[in-house]
Design a protein around this ligand. Structure first.
Ligand SMILES: Cc1cc2nc3c(=O)[nH]c(=O)nc-3n(C[C@H](O)[C@H](O)[C@H](O)COP(=O)(O)OP(=O)(O)OC[C@H]3O[C@@H](n4cnc5c(N)ncnc54)[C@H](O)[C@@H]3O)c2cc1C
Length: 386
């Protein structure tokens, strides 16, 4: 019995599910326990299979497919190995999409083929110690110098920080206050003056390195400026794609928690019968299905507004808020129905729950999504500083 009679991406989803289950799922626990990313050879394999360029143009080695196809693949990997899914997420929905949508043709040619092939990775560096939800309070600055910019500042919570080869850094490129002074440039990890803090010890996200990225008088050539000061709105327009990737990771967590719980309550017996025979267990399971399906439909609707372009920000915030909160609740209910086994590392349920919390904070918290929902719906801007 399937709840999804029509899946327009059925073929690639099936391929992704097979590769994810056979090759990447067996390494997931080790990556989590030892807090390390997937090996380079496995990232390249994702590139060779075409999974890193699904939503990028064919002329750079991608497939030129709609975003929803990339999301289907991210979901299948996200169910069983989030460190591998992260690579697909980052390449298809992360900073590479800023290059794709806002970069020059020369910049696309310079950076996209390597990302799509799995040879190099690009992380996004927006948050700072004192600028999280209030991203426009960022202080990292790029001052004009001969031939380029001098970059100084510290970025925090950077996923793939210390591991990625390149960073799309949001920084103040002019003295204009607030969002008006912010633009974005690409920094190579080899550039003199680029440093990293110690690896963060996060609750979840353990196969996805995280660290501060520190810029100390880094000379960045002007050819690396992707978005000049004043185009912050366009930058965040493209960030909606990343939020859909994020929502998909949450959906994957919720779906995996649900799938595993169905199997478990059919097998596990107490009081002489399988747990599923108890009506209160059926009710909890139904609640899990309701929440997963609601998130899936909102996500599908948001992704449909994107096609091969940009999604509608209102639809994205509805999807992200719902999916993030669903993943936390559903993985919690899964842990409850697994009893003591849910609390062990062996069953992987606690890992789903730990990761669910991370995806809900990354990319803007559910609270901030709620503010955006009302703002978009009413066509009004609510200044959080006054
Ligand atoms: C796992 C993980 C991965 C991440 N990856 C990246 C990355 O790759 N790149 C990057 O740049 N950043 C990344 N981040 C940072 C992330 O974007 C920020 O953590 C997030 O935006 C929240 O900022 P903050 O942590 O400073 O919390 P704060 O902004 O200090 O918020 C703390 C709490 O206050 C609430 N709050 C804040 N402002 C308001 C308001 N106006 N009204 C009501 N409530 C409010 C928030 O909702 C939250 O509950 C990551 C974070 C995590 C946890």
């Amino acid at each position: 019995m399937t709840i999804h009679p029509v899946d327009e991406h059925g073929e690639i989803r099936a391929l992704a599910a097979r590769v994810a289950t056979e090759i990447y799922a067996p390494m997931a626990e080790d990556l989590d326990v030892n807090r390390r990313p997937i090996p380079l050879a496995e990232r390249k394999r994702l590139g060779d299979l075409g999974f890193l360029g699904i939503a990028h143009p064919e002329r750079f080695g991608g497939s030129g497919s709609p975003l929803s196809e990339a999301l289907a693949v991210i979901e299948e990997f996200g169910k069983v190995c989030r460190p591998a899914a992260f690579q697909i997420f980052e390449a298809n929905t992360g900073p590479a999409q800023v290059i794709n949508h806002l970069g020059t043709e020369e910049q696309r040619e310079r950076w996209l083929p390597d990302i799509i092939g799995g040879d190099r990775t690009m992380a996004v560096a927006i948050s700072e110690p004192d600028a999280g939800s209030a991203a426009t309070d960022m202080r990292t600055s790029a001052k004009p110098i001969d031939g380029g910019y001098l970059l100084n500042g510290t970025k925090r919570w950077i996923s793939n920080g210390g591991e990625a080869d390149q960073y799309l850094v949001y920084a103040r490129l002019s003295d204009a206050p607030g969002a008006k002074g912010i633009g974005a440039l690409v920094v190579d990890r080899e550039m003199p003056g680029v440093g990293f803090g110690p690896p963060e010890r996060l609750m979840g996200f353990r196969g996805i390195p995280s660290a501060d990225v520190i810029f100390d008088n880094v000379q960045v050539p002007k050819e690396n400026v992707v978005v000049p000061a004043g185009d912050f709105g366009r930058l965040f327009g493209v960030f909606s794609i990343e939020r859909l990737g994020n929502s998909t990771m949450s959906l994957a967590i919720g779906q995996a928690a649900l799938d595993r719980t169905i199997k478990y309550v059919e097998e596990r017996e107490q009081f002489g019968k399988p747990l599923i025979e108890f009506q209160s267990v059926q009710v909890i399971l139904a609640d899990m299905v309701l929440q997963v399906e609601a998130a899936r439909l909102l996500l599908q609707r948001a992704a449909a507004t994107a096609g091969t372009g940009l999604p509608d920000p209102l639809q994205v915030s509805l999807a992200k808020c719902t999916a993030n909160e669903m993943a936390k609740r559903v993985s919690d209910l899964a842990m409850q129905l697994h009893g003591g086994n849910g609390y062990t590392e062996e069953y992987g349920i606690e890992r789903l729950h730990r990761d669910a919390h991370g995806w809900a904070i990354a990319g803007g918290t559910p609270t901030m999504q709620r503010i955006r929902i009302v703002s978009e719906l009413l066509g009004r801007r609510f200044d959080q500083r006054r």
